[in-house]
Design a protein around this ligand. Structure first.
Ligand SMILES: [Zn+2]
Length: 109
């Protein structure tokens, strides 16, 4: 992590801040929306934060902790919820989703 750069989008964030103003706004929306809405509504909710769509996409794909991107984490939560609703045991972790997504990306290339 480079000091002064946003860990999500890489833009200047100020000396001590690890995320820029836009990404902080997006993070707050993520906390508000996650677990409550479907993926489409989730993206709409992020768009309401007033941040450029390209930046939202960069934000969603960023993986500052190496635990899976925001997109992977939210997908994992939604998948786990769906599995529970359907009466299936187990849950998806963000790492799992990341692995699955990577293997799909490899196959489709
Ligand atoms: Zn940022």
């Amino acid at each position: 992590m480079t000091r002064g750069r946003c860990v999500y989008c890489g833009e200047r964030s100020g000396f001590w801040a690890s995320a820029c103003g836009d990404c902080k706004k997006l993070l707050a929306r993520v906390e508000e929306l996650r677990g409550r809405v479907g993926y489409g509504e989730f993206l709409d909710g992020l768009a309401e934060a007033g941040v450029a769509k390209e930046k939202i996409l960069v934000f969603l794909k960023a993986d500052p902790d190496g635990k899976g991107s925001i997109q992977d984490q939210v997908t994992a939560e939604m998948t786990s919820e769906l599995m529970q609703v359907m009466g299936l045991k187990g849950s998806q972790s963000a790492e799992n989703v990341k692995q699955i997504r990577k293997s799909i990306e490899k196959e489709t290339k």
